[in-house]
Design a protein around this ligand. Sequence first.
Ligand SMILES: Cc1cc2nc3c(=O)[nH]c(=O)nc-3n(C[C@H](O)[C@H](O)[C@H](O)COP(=O)(O)OP(=O)(O)OC[C@H]3O[C@@H](n4cnc5c(N)ncnc54)[C@H](O)[C@@H]3O)c2cc1C
Length: 466
Amino acid sequence: MVNDRPHLAVIGAGPAGLAATIAAAARGVRVTLIDSAPEAGGQFYRRPAPGLGARRPQALHHQWPTWERLRDGLRTHVRAGTARHLTDHHVWVVERLPAGFTVHALLGPEQEEPVAVRADAVLLATGGYEKVLPFPGWTLPGVVTAGGAQAMLKGGLAVPGRTAVVAGTGPLLLPVATGLAAAGVKVAALVESADPKSFVRRAGTLAVQPGKVAEGARYAAHLLRHRVRTLVRHTVVEAHGTERLEAVTAAALDGDGRVRPGTERRIACDTLAVGHGMLPHTDLAQTLGCRLDGMDVHVDDEQRTDVPGVWAAGETTGIGGSALSLAEGHIAGRSAAARLHGTAPDAREWAAAARTRTRLRAFFAALDTLYAPPAHWTEQVTDDTVVCRCEEVTAGAIREAVDEFGAGDERTVKLLTRAGMGWCQGRVCGPAVAGLAGCEPTPGRRPFARPVPLGVLARAGETEEQ
Ligand SMILES: Cc1cc2nc3c(=O)[nH]c(=O)nc-3n(C[C@H](O)[C@H](O)[C@H](O)COP(=O)(O)OP(=O)(O)OC[C@H]3O[C@@H](n4cnc5c(N)ncnc54)[C@H](O)[C@@H]3O)c2cc1C
């Protein structure tokens, strides 16, 4: 009987959550996979909405066979009743009970109707999100995040404009630039602040992942084929336009990460796709009381957090790409299944996934030191630049809080200026506020992962459990 099986709630249906669901459901666990998106796949396997009738969605993806394997694995378990997939469910908190957990979600795009799922254990696979640092003009229409441009393309089969500049830092810029170029957008420049010389210095560490190096080479070949001008050790210092974006100014960086005066060049464009790396989603883990390592959820070799009954896998435990998320999800699912059956798992059974995990963690740790925003990026941020878009707080106001009132951390700046107090709760502006305040970014302490209507909070104990 399926209902006699122990029940695992997996939150997040990206590569990590899918791999975990399939691994646990195949080992006698009843799994409820919960995700805010209308379809499984997460960020990496984002596909055109069914209504768009895309004939060859695989053209927008590499590793399509892996997606097909995950999709079919989930379908098999859903049909067998060993897994169910709750789409459009936005989890706002996971409540610890004396025995087990209740996952509280809000249903559908309106996010007003509450749903509660009771489970014996929880696996957090909530992924990560993009970091974007401010610069003059970054709020102009036409400036989008790199991942946002890609989401339009992969999910909506739409392009954000005709002529684009892709800028910032990080490996995500490569698929975004090549994806836009392949879709017919003229990519006027790829502006990357990292220094290629540092890649040569870390060649030994990077070479342990020849597949990833080859992937990078393929992107470079695409850029050449589409004649995309690549400016390395450069940064966008300003976006120009009145009603919307008309051009950007890019400039070269010196060895210390400062703009080299006199190197500024104006590049006409109607789209700027910009990103400065990624950050893990840790809200649910933090509310549960899970320990963090810096910005990442801390896990042991079995992907267990330090809270009994809570596992975490994928980019919530550190940014490392889809293959690492798959390996971690697989290990977490197997571990959870064994522990829920009251046995200790045999790590030899996931030895291959563990080796992949070790190699990819080392690779991405090395990449992390190479891709970085310019060390002195704050020098380009003028006082009238809006930093917190939700509350419309400028860099000048934040500097005043720091210089005049002695604020030295994000929380004090927030109390003095309201930066980070709006809808996104500092997810977007947090790193920028930290940079301007001269402190290290810290994971925001948010009691809820989503804004919750007061009526839902008032009736939280009465929600019927699924
Ligand atoms: C915008 C963006 C674009 C990317 N593009 C590329 C690319 O082109 N190439 C590449 O190699 N890598 C890309 N990556 C990285 C890649 O997508 C990740 O490495 C991979 O998807 C991580 O898998 P994951 O399972 O850990 O998380 P994700 O794939 O991010 O999945 C997490 C899932 O959790 C769900 N979720 C999060 N919070 C909640 C909540 N509170 N309630 C309910 N559901 C929730 C999300 O809806 C999502 O489906 C991109 C990442 C992002 C953020």
